[in-house]
Design a protein around this ligand. Structure first.
Ligand SMILES: Cc1ncc(COP(=O)(O)O)c(C=O)c1O
Length: 324
């Protein structure tokens, strides 16, 4: 894994700075368990991955939502970060490309966040980079660790094989960070589940160090599907979708549907009502924006075939056209 970080991210870590767990989720859970005291705050730029606030709460922390609206490209701005930081802030979560928005940060944008963080030495940074290889329009990935090397002693870079290698079921995640934090996370890991199974470890080494042709092939397929979904949703009156810059989701804006009525007379009061309507009447599964901390949106996944996506868009279009 040290060679992966060096080769792909230009980061220098040794084995003692790296921990492996049963998925990026367990990595994040262990990091929070190792660090959070009751009442400690974790800043979550919204829209965020659904598990972040749940893990923070479960471990006694307080999620502090920092809204990153569509007009800011769903990215955290330095002034929004500055306002969210308090003496109780323990963590800032970053996720790029983001689930659900697909937002990616440029190196100057990361450096600007780093400049704010430099003033607040109590804040640790969790950079969830699990979608790093699923990037569109020729973008190159810049790890937070590469952009802000001066924060290395309080940055945890989180990654895993679930997304880049389509190995979700293998349950392997890993992270690199300051040795004392990594040691505490390893102790939690060791006293709870011991380790990641040796079979999964061998498969992960093969994925990370073997031929990478499939990663490029997957990326191309996801970009094609991103285009298919963006083109399709743009033709649906009442929905908006800025092209996702990475990852495999579409976070679709539905503000103009709110307050309107379905053919059965149900008022679409919020994005949960929209997602419920799409499921029950349109037969399309989506997740409402409220789950990600930013409404009104719904998220669909593009990790499925072009045919299924085309059919989903057809159904969404028909269901939305029926709203009065
Ligand atoms: C942003 C983000 N981080 C972490 C995970 C979980 O990864 P893993 O399968 O390695 O636990 C996901 C999965 O949906 C995700 O979207």
């Amino acid at each position: 894994m040290a060679s992966k970080f060096r080769r792909e991210n230009g980061l220098d870590y040794t084995a003692g700075d790296i921990v492996v767990a049963n998925g990026a989720k367990q990595i994040i859970f262990n990091a929070l368990m190792a660090t959070l005291e009751d009442g400690d705050e974790a800043i979550l730029p919204a829209p965020y991955f659904v598990s972040y606030p749940e893990m923070v709460k479960l471990l006694g922390g307080v999620p502090v939502v920092a809204e990153c609206p569509e007009e800011d490209g769903f990215r955290l701005k330095p002034d929004v970060l500055e306002k969210a930081i308090t003496p109780r802030t323990k963590w800032l979560f970053l996720n790029m490309p983001g689930n659900p928005s697909g937002a990616v940060y440029s190196e100057p944008e990361l450096k600007a966040l780093g400049a704010v963080l430099a003033k607040h030495p109590q804040v640790l940074v969790l950079s969830d980079e699990i979608y790093e290889h699923i990037l569109f329009d020729g973008r190159a990935f810049v790890s937070f660790g590469k952009a802000c090397p001066e924060l290395k002693d309080r940055t945890l870079i989180v990654n895993g094989v679930s997304k880049s290698y389509a190995m979700t079921g293998w349950r392997v995640g890993y992270a690199a960070g300051p040795a004392p934090l990594v040691k505490a996370m390893s102790t939690i890991q060791s006293q709870s589940v011991t380790s990641v199974s040796s079979i999964m470890q061998a498969a992960t080494v093969a994925a990370l160090n073997g031929p990478q042709d499939d990663v490029a092939r997957f990326r191309e397929a996801f970009e094609r599907r991103r285009n298919l979904v963006v083109d399709g949703i743009r033709q649906v009156n009442g929905l908006t979708l800025p092209p996702p810059e990475g990852a495999f989701y579409a976070y679709i804006g539905c503000s103009s549907l709110i307050g309107r009525k379905t053919p059965k007379g149900v008022v679409l009061e919020d994005d949960t009502a929209v997602a419920t309507y799409l499921l029950n009447e349109g037969r399309v599964a989506s997740v409402p924006g409220v789950a990600y901390g930013l409404s009104p949106y719904f998220r669909i996944s593009t990790a499925t075939s072009d045919e299924v996506l085309s059919e989903a868009i057809r159904r969404i279009k028909a269901a939305v056209a029926d709203v009065e």
